[in-house]
Design a protein around this ligand. Structure first.
Ligand code: TUI
Length: 317
């Protein structure tokens, strides 16, 4: 049995697997399932208002006694209000994405809430270690949604080398091979999003789940590079039209207006051509929809077998 992960001790969880705090999909159904299965479920507050977040926290608590977290998306108009809810409700773990959470970390520390920022660069990881983050999630550009520019393979060891904090690898991980690779790069655990979308508990529209299952290694594209907010999605009519507009030199304001409201349309309403289907490059590896517990346990079993099999490279003496 794999054991002794620093991140499991820090977060009081059984397995070193964190669920990405996905907007619209990190709801109590998925979050409580991940936490009950021994990982860390994370409510994805996205750009949802504080009342929604409070309801989700309470609904999660009704379904699990295990630790869970809240993701604060830093481009949301409700960052301050949502952090207030986190503190009022006594949530013990917060992950951050989409920006620099430095200014918010001291207040959370005072409230004894652990902070795990998602970073796509060494510079930000270093800065957040200095202001008191508890662990760093290093997310490569293989990920779905808003991304940086460095791959997981290159980013994770550089972050590991640059900070003393435990590092969690994210981006391009969906099975035991990915977990073992992350550990080999010096990470203490993994964060996964796309794999958990294809779980029975995730409320994503069945058509979106099916698109992930049908995906190949080349099914995702990055749009929005010209707006300064690159986003990885499954390619569809929306991404093609978005790219055509970018190529034609349409203004950032117009592009943002064109993209507004598209995420829910795609992943909840199931409009798989006109909606935004944020998913990572590992989508091509995912071939089934399973209960969360099976996803997590099969990753741990597979990782253990891989680690054992790697001993065949060991020489005598
Ligand atoms: O944030 C993510 N993934 C996301 S955010 C998102 S946006 C969204 N849109 C509509 C509704 C709801 C949500 C979709 N996916 N991942 C973490 C992440 N953070 N990746 C990259 C970064 C990042 C990028 C730039 C972090 C910091 C940063 O710069 C900060 C600085 O000032 O240095």
């Amino acid at each position: 049995m794999l054991a002794n992960f620093a991140i499991c001790e820090l977060l009081d969880i059984k397995y070193p697997i964190i669920q990405g705090g996905m907007a619209w999909l990190g709801t109590f159904e998925l979050v409580s399932a991940v936490s009950n299965a021994g990982g860390l479920g994370v409510i994805g507050s996205g750009d949802a208002p504080p009342e929604w977040l409070r309801e989700q926290i309470r609904a999660t608590r009704e379904r699990t006694d295990h630790p869970f977290g809240v993701n604060i998306m830093l481009m949301s108009p409700f960052v301050k209000e949502n952090l207030q809810v986190v503190i009022e409700e006594g949530v013990k773990i917060v992950t951050f994405g989409g920006g620099n959470p430095g200014p918010y970390i001291p207040t959370l520390k005072e409230a004894r809430t652990k902070t795990l920022p998602v970073v796509s660069s060494v510079a930000l990881a270093r800065r957040l270690e200095r202001v008191g983050a508890d662990a760093i999630i290093a997310e490569g550009m293989e990920s779905g949604g808003h991304i940086g520019e460095t791959t997981t393979m290159a980013l994770v060891p550089q972050v590991v080398q640059s900070v003393k904090l435990p590092v969690i690898a994210a981006g391009g991980i969906a099975d035991g091979h990915g977990l073992v690779a992350a550990l080999a790069l010096g990470a203490q655990g993994v964060q996964m999003g796309t794999r958990f979308i294809c779980s029975e508990e995730c409320i994503a529209h069945p058509k979106f789940k099916e698109q992930i299952i049908q995906a190949t290694d080349r099914s995702t594209v990055v749009t929005g590079e010209s707006t300064g907010h690159p986003v990885r999605c499954l390619e569809n009519r929306l991404t093609r039209e978005f790219r055509a507009r970018e190529k034609a030199g349409v203004s950032v304001e117009e592009l943002e207006a064109f993209g507004r409201g598209r995420l829910k349309l795609g992943i909840i309403d199931g409009n798989v051509e006109e909606g935004s289907l944020m998913a990572g490059q590992i989508a091509g590896l995912i071939k089934d929809i399973k209960p969360v517990k099976e996803i997590i346990e099969s990753i741990m079993t597979e990782a253990e077998e891989i680690i054992k099999s790697l001993y065949r490279f060991k020489t005598e003496g």
